[in-house]
Design a protein around this ligand. Sequence first.
Ligand code: R5P
Length: 235
Amino acid sequence: MKTAGGTDAAKRRAGERAAEEVDNGDVVGLGTGSTTAYAIDAIGEAVSDGLEVQGIPTSFQSRQRALEASIPLTDLDAVETVDLAIDGADQVVDDPDASGYGALIKGGGAAHTREKLVDAAAERFVVVADPSKLADRLERSVPVEVIPDAHTVVADRVQDLGGEPTLRDAEHKDGPIVTDNGNLVLDCAFGPISDPNELATQLSRIPGVLEHGLFVDCADVTYVGLEEGVETRVY
Ligand SMILES: O=C[C@H](O)[C@H](O)[C@H](O)COP(=O)(O)O
């Protein structure tokens, strides 16, 4: 599993705190990544103690983790409501005075398209993070999932917007990574992003872009796991 920054103890605290929000009968979106994995494990433990939930995984990885945790699974098109989604982030705007307080960059594991579908559908979207993810402004590269035939034209359009796109390479395969949806990922460096909402709109308008990793006005709360305890940000 991809493990980006932050200690396992901090990730575990955030994940376990988020899992406490799950109520009996809930449909729960199960995000992807090393922090959410702790939430999935904690929900699995609650299920073994009698909690009745249905999970909607956001990737092959989160599906496998949920199956290992014996969480009953369903699909987005099989439910009327998603009560709660729990998901990680690669970066979170943590300045209350900044444009886009609580905005996220996601997609470090190339799962952001299905994550956005599920997280946006949820009544409540809970982010789990460790302090290494907090920033005054978003400045990491923005992952953009593109249809394979479109990667060069989308790269040109990203450059027109002032970004520097890099086709993400696979680590244990020659050539680019291929997403769970059969597409490619351009990691697009824009430097510090002063207006995440505006950039999100511009990226969404590019033909050939399936989804980008800017999550603006989505999160309801972030649990920040610390070495001791958990901090809460409410948006
Ligand atoms: O595509 C991956 C997801 O957006 C993850 O939620 C994100 O990369 C954070 O993962 P982690 O908790 O492992 O840092």
